[in-house]
Design a protein around this ligand. Structure first.
Ligand code: GDP
Ligand code: IMO
Ligand code: MG
Length: 460
């Protein structure tokens, strides 16, 4: 019996899931299915085609292929954001015939978005660095059993229920944060919200379990496209610096309402280095605390002005981090924030591989490391004088010492080596083989550039 194949980010998000899913989708037929199972428009999944970039926040990254696409019951959906995204599609009507939405998905209301930003602002230096899209408040309403879901919009009393929940949110905003929403802001957000609802009413509304089970029973392929990354999982990420959903593969069961036996081995996606957007611990960050504060407080244009040509081989780690950000174009696809950068962290990757049952790896952005003379990989954590294979319960409170291994890099652009593993520079291949050996999982794709076709496929 076939099973769902989860495609899961193994770090803090932005591993290149969009490109990975698009690659796989290009080989699928109209009988196959790609499902987003959690998260909302906090995600930003980029696909580069012929020099043009498309960023998907809600719609699964299989739009350019032929498969059916489904927004699953574990998602939180901002209806207007969905409509806006739909409008960016080059061939919207054709894609619309392939899209369906689960009635169980939770609606992100205008007041959720305001609650998110007001509570973040009032948290001061305790903030999480949320994307401000209303993700936390909408999932909170779900578990608080107050949420409105996609299926509710077809009911006659929807407006009444919406008004009631809006009232609750406005009371909380006032009582907790002494904040009153400006009337014109609320009106604008509500007009958009209702326009988005009209659009959702024109889509196919289907139980996630039905479409998934039927597709599996027909023998076709089902891909579950993860959003965010394993270290942002609400329970097993670096809490509280996490998102509000289960991002790991086992979260697919409750998110889609399907049996765990339908979930197969996961494809794990990892960058050849590490990035993180938002607050929280990041042990291998180049430039440490200084980088974290810099990325929180500054914009890309200012960084570029101050560091027009950062040196990747500088003896100053902070400058190396800026160089890595520049070479990897590490700017948030959803918020435009500077992504914090650092070396690959194998203890965290091993943790994510174990948690997700990863049977195959996609390694992205190997090309970006070409600018360094030497690259480093964190091989182990030493906590209280002992090497540990477990990740500390609270990464931000534990003092961790790191062990690193260095690798020489290669000459030449990796994008010149598409689809020809054997012609990869020996140093690049040695790095890939080292990762496979220590992680114990084969690497099936290697990303050699942002474009969809810039990839080396192995074992195919
Ligand atoms: P996602 O959220 O996991 O889908 O990742 P994002 O789209 O947020 O960020 C990944 C970025 O890296 C995007 O701009 C991609 O176009 C880009 N990218 C993906 N794979 C590669 C690669 O192998 N090399 C390079 N240079 N860029 C890549
Ligand atoms: P993709 O799918 C990277 C981070 C935010 C913040 C924390 C909580 O593109 O990989 P939230 O808005 O969810 O309440 O924010 O999670 N975050 C992401 N970081 N990639 C993402 O998605 C992310 N989605 C949320 O920066 O630190
Ligand atoms: Mg992203």
């Amino acid at each position: 019996m076939s099973q769902i194949t989860p495609i899961i980010g193994l770090q803090w998000g932005d591993e290149g899931k969009g490109k990975g899913v698009a690659q796989i989708a290009s080989g699928l037929t109209e009988n196959d299915l790609i499902v987003r199972f959690q998260g909302g428009n906090n995600a930003g999944h980029t696909i580069w085609r012929d020099g043009k970039s498309f960023v998907f926040h809600l719609i699964p990254s299989g739009v350019f292929g032929k498969p059916k696409i489904h927004l699953g019951g574990g998602m939180v959906i901002n209806p207007f954001a969905l409509l806006e995204e739909y409008k960016t599609l080059p061939d919207g009507p054709a894609v619309k015939r392939r899209i369906s939405v689960s009635p169980h998905a939770v609606l992100i209301l205008p007041t959720h978005i305001i609650l998110d930003s007001v509570s973040e602002k009032s948290a001061g230096d305790k903030k999480i660095g949320s994307t401000g899209k209303g993700i936390g408040p909408s999932y909170t309403d779900l578990v608080w059993r107050k949420a409105l879901r996609v299926g509710d919009i077809f009911e006659l009393d929807f407006d009444e229920r919406y008004q009631k929940l809006r009232e609750d949110h406005m009371n909380s905003l006032y009582k907790i944060f002494e904040y009153e929403i400006p009337k014109d802001l609320l009106k604008q957000l509500e007009d958009d919200f209702y326009e988005g609802l009209k659009f959702i009413k024109t889509l196919d509304i289907v139980y996630s379990s039905t479409i998934v089970e039927e597709t599996i029973a027909s023998g076709a392929t089902v891909i579950a496209e993860g959003a965010q990354g394993s270290l942002l999982d609400v329970r097993y990420g670096n809490y509280p610096f996490v998102t509000s959903s289960h991002t790991i593969a086992s979260g697919i069961g409750p998110a889609l309402g399907i049996a765990p036996s339908l979930i197969g081995g996961a494809i794990g996606i990892m960058k050849a280095y590490t990035t993180k957007v938002g607050e929280g611990p990041f042990p291998t960050e180049l430039g440490g605390e200084k980088s974290a504060i810099w990325c929180r407080d500054n914009k890309f244009d200012y960084e570029k002005e101050l560091y027009p040509t950062p040196n990747p081989n500088s003896t100053d780690n902070f400058e190396q981090g800026i160089a890595l950000r520049r070479m990897g174009n590490e700017l948030g696809a959803t918020t435009g924030r500077l992504r914090r950068t650092g070396w690959l962290d194998l203890p965290l990757i091993k943790y994510a591989i174990k948690m997700n049952g990863v049977t195959e790896l996609i390694l992205t952005k190997l090309d970006v490391l070409s600018g360094f003379d030497e690259i480093k990989v964190c091989t182990s954590y030493i906590v209280r004088g002992k090497k540990t294979s477990d990740i500390p319960f609270d990464l931000s409170r534990e003092k961790i010492e790191l062990e690193y291994k260095s690798f020489p890099t290669w000459k030449g652009k990796l994008s010149d080596f598409e689809n020809t593993e054997t012609r990869l520079p020996p140093e690049a291949l040695a790095y890939v083989k080292y990762l496979e050996e220590v992680l114990g999982v084969p690497i099936s794709f290697i990303g050699t550039g942002p474009e969809e076709h810039q990839v080396i496929k192995r074992f195919w």
